[in-house]
Design a protein around this ligand. Structure first.
Ligand code: AP5
Ligand code: MG
Ligand code: ZN
Length: 218
């Protein structure tokens, strides 16, 4: 299958969870600007040092930085047969830059999947999220608990809580989403490629709804 996909939606809606399953199923890479930035923060690269303050306060990193990340990443050979953008674009400026970049390569986004979840549920999901330090697998202390507390089922790695998953920071992230990212939904709606998906219920059921959208002939 060859899909160029954007996963949209507020913090905690399940972009990462669904992207990982789609990657396994369709053999196309998950490109998460959040993951790439966290890796840069961990390695204390110049970009990571600059990005850290924005991320810790729940603000967006500047458009030029993330557009640069994506332009480099999309040149990698594994993107030839499709990709899943997770957490990018997050502003209309980023969406426009993405379209220009793809156009130059003779490509375009085919589906902008918007995963819809209420704010009340998002807070609970994010405060309970745990991530594996070694393989990146995601858990939730209540909704998707590992068999052994603090240990990854998949690889035995240590589970940690993200720095920006504190209640006050989550509130900022939700506000930033409404102000800066929600307009991106309208951007894709106008292009007739917006695919809204109900993001509540079982993780497998949501995956099934996304797959139905991808299989549908337009
Ligand atoms: P980023 O890493 O992208 O974070 P985010 O958008 O806030 O989204 P999350 O990763 O928190 O949530 P998710 O939708 O992936 O949900 P998940 O699957 O983990 O960005 C972090 C920061 O980096 C930003 O604040 C910004 O500073 C910077 N940044 C990144 N990209 C940028 C850009 N393009 N421009 C500028 N700055 C950028 O699920 C959450 C939890 O819910 C998990 O515990 C999971 O197990 C659970 N869960 C999942 N599905 C379900 C379900 N169906 N039912 C119950 N629980 C579920
Ligand atoms: Mg994520
Ligand atoms: Zn793991």
């Amino acid at each position: 299958m060859n899909f160029n996909i954007v996963l949209l939606g507020p913090p905690g809606c399940g972009k990462g969870t669904q992207a990982k399953m789609l990657t396994a199923k369709y053999q196309i890479p998950q490109i998460s600007t959040g993951d790439i930035l966290r890796e840069a923060v961990k390695n204390k690269t110049p970009m990571g040092i600059k990005a850290k303050a924005f991320m810790d306060s729940g603000k967006l990193v500047t458009d030029d930085v993330v557009v640069g990340i994506i332009q480099d990443r999309l040149k990698e050979p594994d993107c030839e047969s499709g990709f899943i953008l997770d957490g990018f674009p997050r502003t209309v400026v980023q969406a426009e830059a993405l379209d220009r970049t793809l156009e130059e390569a003779g490509k375009k986004i085919e589906h902008a999947i918007s995963i819809e979840v209420d704010d009340a549920e998002l807070m609970g999901r994010l405060t309970g999220r745990r991530t594996c330090r070694s393989c990146g697998a995601m858990y939730h202390v209540m909704f998707n608990a590992p068999q052994k507390e603090g240990i990854c089922d998949a690889c035995g790695g240590e589970l940690y809580q993200r720095d920006d998953d504190q209640e006050a920071t989550i509130r900022n992230r939700l506000e930033v989403y409404q102000q800066q990212t929600a307009p991106v939904i309208g951007y894709y709606r106008k292009k007739n490629i917006l695919r809204p998906i109900k993001g509540t219920g079982g993780i497998e059921d949501i995956l099934k709804s996304i797959e139905d959208v991808l299989q549908r002939k337009e």
